[in-house]
Design a protein around this ligand. Structure first.
Ligand code: ZN
Ligand code: ZN
Length: 231
C-alpha cells in the first residue's frame, strides 16, 4: 500500500491552517495513498477527528504523534488503536513545559472537528521539548503498545544524528525515517545493525501540496515487522 505516515495538521503551529482532517484525507486520496498518519508535535488532540473522517472516506490510518525529547530529538510514535494513542497523549500532556503559544510568532494551534470547524485552540506551545529523555520516551511508547520510529534521522534540525552525533545501538526502537533511498545506503554503511529496522520515507508535510505522491510502498508484512517487538 502507498503511504505517507508523517503529515502535520493545523494543530501543529508550523503547519498551514487549512491542514484540516477533510482536506488532508481528500488530498491523500487524490494522490492515491492507501495509508496515512497525522503526527502533530507533542499532541494527539487531532486524532479523534482524523479517525472519524478516515472511516467516512475509506482510507487506512495509523494514529500518530511526533515528540520532541529532552535531547531535542524528534521521534514518531504510531498506535493501532485510538484508545492507546489517546491514553499516551494524556500522559504526554503532563510532561510538556507550560509555555504559552504566541500565535503571531509560532503560528496557530487549531483543534478541529470532523467537519473542519474549530473546536478550541491549544494554548500551550507544542514545539518545545518534553521532560522526557529518549530512553524514557521509547519505553513509554512501547508500554502503550505503540512503535517508535526515529524521525528524519539525517536532517540538520532535530534529527538524532544532529543532536547526539550518532545512533545509539542500545536505544530500543522499531523503525527509521529517511527522505530517500540514498540515505538508506549511507546509513547502513555506517550502522549495519540498522538493516533489520523498518524504513519509512515520509513527507513531513506541513501544507497540502507537500503530502506524498503514491510512490512509497509498505506491505502488510512491513507493518507486522514494525510491531514485532510490541505486545
Ligand atoms: Zn520533526
Ligand atoms: Zn514533523
Amino acid at each position: 500500500m502507498f503511504y505517507d505516515l508523517h503529515i502535520h495538521s493545523a494543530l501543529s503551529p508550523c503547519a498551514d491552517n487549512d491542514m484540516t482532517a477533510n482536506n488532508i484525507i481528500n488530498m491523500a486520496k487524490l494522490k492515491g495513498l492507501d495509508l496515512i498518519a497525522i503526527c502533530d508535535h507533542n499532541s494527539v488532540k487531532q486524532q479523534l477527528a482524523i479517525s472519524k473522517v478516515a472511516k467516512e472516506k475509506g482510507i487506512d490510518l495509523l494514529y500518530g504523534i511526533e515528540i520532541q525529547t529532552k535531547e531535542e530529538v524528534h521521534v514518531l510514535a504510531y498506535f493501532n488503536k485510538l484508545e492507546d494513542c489517546l491514553a499516551f497523549g494524556n500522559e504526554i500532556e503532563t510532561l510538556r513545559l507550560k509555555i504559552k503559544n504566541e500565535p503571531r510568532y509560532f503560528g496557530d494551534q487549531l483543534i478541529l472537528d470532523a467537519n473542519d470547524e474549530i473546536v478550541t485552540i491549544e494554548e500551550w506551545l507544542l514545539i518545545a521539548s518534553l521532560e522526557l529523555d529518549l530512553d524514557q520516551l521509547t519505553w513509554m511508547i512501547h508500554q502503550y503498545h505503540g512503535v517508535v520510529v526515529l524521525a528524519h534521522v539525517l536532517d540538520r534540525i532535530n534529527g538524532i544524528i544532529q543532536q547526539l552525533g550518532f545512533i545509539p545501538q542500545t536505544l530500543v526502537f522499531d523503525g527509521i525515517e529517511i527522505k530517500s533511498e540514498d540515505q538508506r545506503s549511507l546509513l547502513i554503511k555506517q550502522y549495519p545493525w540498522l538493516s533489520d529496522k523498518v524504513w519509512l520515507i515520509n513527507s513531513d508535510a506541513h501544507s497540502l501540496d507537500q503530502i506524498s505522491d503514491a510512490k512509497n510502498m509498505l506491505t502488510k508484512q512491513d507493518l507486522l515487522n514494525l510491531w514485532r517487538n510490541v505486545t
